[in-house]
Write a protein that binds this ligand. Sequence first.
Ligand code: GRF
Length: 219
Amino acid sequence: MNSGKKLRVAILASGRGSNLQALLDAAVEPDYPAEIGGVFCDKSDAQALERAKKAGVPAVWVDPAGENYEDRLAAEIEAVGCGLICCAGYMKILSPAFVARFPDKIINIHPSLLPSFPGFHGQRQALRAGVRVAGCTVHFIDEGVDTGPIILQAAVPILPEDTEETLSARILWFEHRIYPLTVRLIAEGLVHREGTRVRLSGVDINHEGGFISPPVKIL
Ligand code: GRF
């Protein structure tokens, strides 16, 4: 249901849909300034479709086979009248034509501290590189792969015993928090794209913090 005031959001997903779930859960809160207008999947068996149906949100499978897939996808999104498109585990790369059709209206969440480790398996790439800090990034989508202006990031330590699974779980916990937070900030008009950078306005920024990784004790 469109309240008329809330930002209407379309979500693109291909699989598990845990980030979609975080957004659906946030949108249930009466004071959340966005609502989920529809979930669009390129995989007919995506768990994301089930999550959408359970939440009473339109769940649309758009068959990627055949002609004009992205045109059909864009038409479906436009039909529900969404002002923001969130990629949440959407495994296809959007074409420049699709991105141009929704200027500054498409965002993505990626499981690394971009611009490090774009593409597949960001967590695995971080472990292999031996970095001590990993994390996740919400960014605008541009014509590149995971290259668009960064909106929010969360950082986590990489611990000596970490596997791809344990690190992914640690990062995912923050994904589920910074994605709904980003959508809230956008809905409230506090996110301003300025070229390759993003300025946040009206946000109370805590200047304390920072950590050593791994979290060794300083004697
Ligand atoms: C997440 O790690 C997200 O950062 C990446 O793909 C994964 C999707 O997970 N883009 P889910 O489908 O949201 O559970």
